[in-house]
Design a protein around this ligand. Structure first.
Ligand code: NAP
Ligand code: MG
Length: 405
C-alpha cells in the first residue's frame, strides 16, 4: 500500500451520539485512517460524557476550534425531558451546537450534495444553492402580549443615561388582538455579514442578501445598510478579483429569482427567512442526509458537520440487532470539508486532492445506484438501483476510492 498522506495540523474531532456516532467510526475506519497520517484533538460530546463533565467538554471543544481554526463535528443529542430520563442526566444540558456557536460567534451555512440521478424538485437548479441563516434575535427572542381589552400599545425605549424616552404608538386597540416586540443588535448583524462575505469568497460564489426594507424602513433597512457598509469597506475589491458579486434584493424578489435560477449562489437570510427557506431547500434537493453544514465564524474558525441529527430511530433498530440502511454522505462530506479547509490553511494540496477523491467516490457510489433507504425514495427509479445496509454503503465508497489511489 502507498504511503499515508500527512495532515500537518491536528484536526479537532468532535464525536457525538446514536446512529451518527456508529457511522462516524465506520467512516474513520474505512475512508480516513487507512490513508491519512492524521492526528486528532478528540472531544467526546456523547451525551454521557457531557453529563459527566457538566458540559465542560463542549466548551473545551469550541476552544480547541479557536486554537486550530478547523473542526469536524458529529451530530449530538440536544436533551429534552425524555433524554434526561433515558440517560439519567444531572440536568437538561443546552444544545451543544448552540454553545459552540455562541463561543465561536458563528453563522451556519448549508449546502446540498448533488448527484446526477437525484433531480431537484425545481428542474432548473443545476448547482447547489447555499443558505446562510442569521441566528440571533427577531421573532426568536421576542416579547408578546395578548390584548384582551381596549387600550394603547406603545413602543418605548428608555435610555440608560436618563435622557428623554422615545415612544411610538403601535396601535390604539378597540378590539382584542396581539402585540409583538422584537429586536436585533448591530454587532450581531455585522458578524453575520462578515461570515457571509467570508463564506462566499471561500466558495467563490455570488452572495445574495434579501430583506423587506421597503416596508420595514428602519429595522430591515439597518440590515441592508450594515451589509452594504461592510461590503464597500472590506470585500468589494476581493469580490471583484474573485469574479463574484454581492447582490441585494427584496426577499420576495429573491424567492422569485431563486426559483428561476440555476443555483450556485449563497443566499443570506434573516433569521425567520432562513428557518423557512433552509427547510424548503433541503426538501427540494431531496434529502436531509445529502445536506452539509458548516459553522463559519467572523474570526476565521470553521466547524463542519452534517445538517441532520443523530437518526435516533435507526439507532434503536441498530441496538435491537437489526441492520439499518442509514446514509453517511453528509458525515463523509463534513470530514472532507474539514480536510479541504485544513489543506488550504496548511498549504498541503495532496490532502485536498485526497478529500476530493473521497467526495468523488461517494457521489459515484450514489450515481451507480448503490443507495441507502432514504435515497431509494428520492432517486430516479432505475433497475440498477439497489438498497444496501449502512456499512455496505461505506464499503462501496471505499472500493471506489481505492480505484482512484
Ligand atoms: P434526525 O436525526 O435528523 O432524523 C430524522 C429522520 O430523518 C430520521 O428518522 C430519518 O427518517 C431521516 N434521516 C436523517 N438523517 C438520515 C440519514 N443520515 N440517513 C437516513 N435517514 C436519515 O432528527 P431527529 O430524529 O428528530 O433527532 C434525533 C436527535 O438528533 C435529537 O436528539 C436531536 O436533538 C438531535 N439533533 C442534532 C443535530 C445536530 O447535532 N446538528 C441536529 C438536529 C437534531 P426515517 O426514520 O424515515 O428513515
Ligand atoms: Mg426550520
Amino acid at each position: 500500500m502507498a504511503e499515508k498522506i500527512k495532515v500537518k495540523t491536528p484536526i479537532v474531532e468532535i464525536d457525538g451520539d446514536e446512529m451518527t456516532r456508529i457511522m462516524w467510526q465506520m467512516v474513520k475506519d474505512k475512508l480516513l485512517i487507512p490513508y491519512l497520517d492524521m492526528e486528532t484533538d478528540y472531544y467526546d460530546l456523547g451525551l454521557k460524557k457531557r453529563d459527566e463533565t457538566d458540559d465542560q467538554i463542549t466548551i473545551d471543544s469550541a476552544h480547541a476550534i479557536m486554537k486550530y481554526k478547523v473542526g469536524v463535528k458529529c451530530a449530538t443529542i440536544t436533551p429534552n425531558a425524555a433524554r434526561v430520563e433515558e440517560y439519567g442526566l444531572k440536568k437538561q444540558w443546552p444544545s451543544p451546537n448552540g454553545t459552540i456557536r455562541g463561543i465561536l460567534d458563528g453563522t451556519v451555512f448549508r449546502a446540498p450534495i448533488l448527484a446526477q440521478n437525484m433531480k431537484p424538485s425545481v428542474r432548473n437548479w443545476k448547482k447547489p444553492i447555499h443558505i446562510g441563516r442569521h441566528a440571533y434575535g427577531d421573532v426568536y427572542k421576542n416579547q408578546e402580549i395578548k390584548v384582551t381589552k381596549p387600550g394603547v400599545a406603545e413602543l418605548v425605549f428608555t435610555p440608560a443615561d436618563g435622557s428623554e424616552p422615545i415612544r411610538k404608538v403601535i396601535q390604539e386597540f378597540k378590539d382584542p388582538g396581539i402585540i409583538q416586540g422584537i429586536h436585533n443588535l448591530d454587532p450581531s448583524i455585522k458578524s453575520f455579514a462578515i461570515a457571509c462575505f467570508t463564506y462566499a469568497l471561500d466558495q467563490k460564489i455570488d452572495l445574495w442578501f434579501s430583506t423587506k426594507d421597503t416596508i420595514s424602513k428602519t429595522y430591515d433597512a439597518e440590515f441592508r445598510q450594515i451589509f452594504e457598509d461592510e461590503y464597500e469597506a472590506n470585500w468589494k475589491d476581493k469580490f471583484e478579483e474573485a469574479g463574484i458579486e454581492y447582490f441585494f434584493t427584496l426577499i420576495d424578489d429573491a424567492v422569485a429569482r431563486v426559483m428561476k435560477s440555476e443555483g450556485g449562489m449563497l443566499w443570506a437570510c434573516k433569521n425567520y427567512d432562513g428557518d423557512v427557506m433552509s427547510d424548503m431547500l433541503a426538501s427540494a434537493y431531496g434529502s436531509l442526509a445529502m445536506m452539509t453544514s458548516v459553522l463559519v465564524s467572523p474570526h476565521g474558525y470553521f466547524e463542519y458537520e452534517a445538517a441532520h441529527g443523530t437518526v435516533q430511530k435507526h439507532y434503536y433498530k441498530h441496538l435491537a440487532g437489526e441492520k439499518t440502511s442509514t446514509n453517511s454522505m453528509a458525515l463523509i462530506f463534513a470530514w472532507t470539508g474539514c480536510l479541504k479547509k485544513r489543506a488550504e490553511l496548511d498549504e498541503t494540496p495532496d490532502v485536498d486532492e485526497f478529500a476530493q477523491k473521497i467526495e468523488d467516490a461517494a457521489i459515484e457510489t450514489v450515481e451507480s445506484g448503490i443507495l441507502t433507504g432514504d435515497l431509494m425514495r428520492v432517486i430516479d427509479p432505475d433497475p440498477k438501483n439497489k438498497q444496501v445496509y449502512t456499512e455496505d454503503f461505506i464499503d462501496h465508497i471505499q472500493h471506489n476510492l481505492e480505484k482512484k489511489l
